[in-house]
Design a protein around this ligand. Sequence first.
Ligand code: UDP
Length: 203
Amino acid sequence: PERLELLGFPLDPVSLETALDLLSGWITAAPASGARTPHTVVTLNPEFIMQCRAGGPLTSEFAQAIGKADLVTADGVGIVWAARQLLNTEVPRAPGFDLTVGLMKRHGAELSVFFLGAKPGVAEAAAQKAHEQYGVRVAGVHNGYFGPDDDLRVAELVRDSGADLLLTAMGAARQEIFNEYWREVLNVPVMMGVGGVLDVLAG
Ligand code: UDP
């Protein structure tokens, strides 16, 4: 479906199933080794738009990262409502949690996942649970509390992990900016900002 524009932000009116088909396609099309075409995924929230409009240190980088995303889905009812009011159109929901679990269910042991973000210990617990429940392979884990000096080290960790899917859970803005900034370095076919999803997976 054709990309929409909501308050200056891109929005792809795709269903969960269609979004999963797209992401699966990007993952399976990527060769196991060598150069893999990177894609970024943003699950849009009203909070993201408010944060960008409010201004602040990360505003323009955040808006640019959203603008450059390969797929922008409606994370929840807030965006669905806004699209109805402002664009007079029905946009399906494709939340980050459902995309994450959907990919894990579809690919199981074929999927290698890097869990990046949340407080120390949470990414490990989320990875353990995801492996037990869906059989996914754990490419790597790292918490989301590191300074700018460690950005490159973490990016290299992800790159060397060979992950098919990077789940970046470092809070709105920071996670989207990280994925976009390191897009060409990480060599991961699907990078998605997932907010609190690691905390939920960890249980
Ligand atoms: N988080 C992180 N590093 C940070 C800030 C947040 O890893 O510097 C993690 C936090 O532990 C949580 C996730 O990001 O697992 C989402 O955080 P929060 O709900 O505060 O962010 P929001 O998406 O609401 O901005």
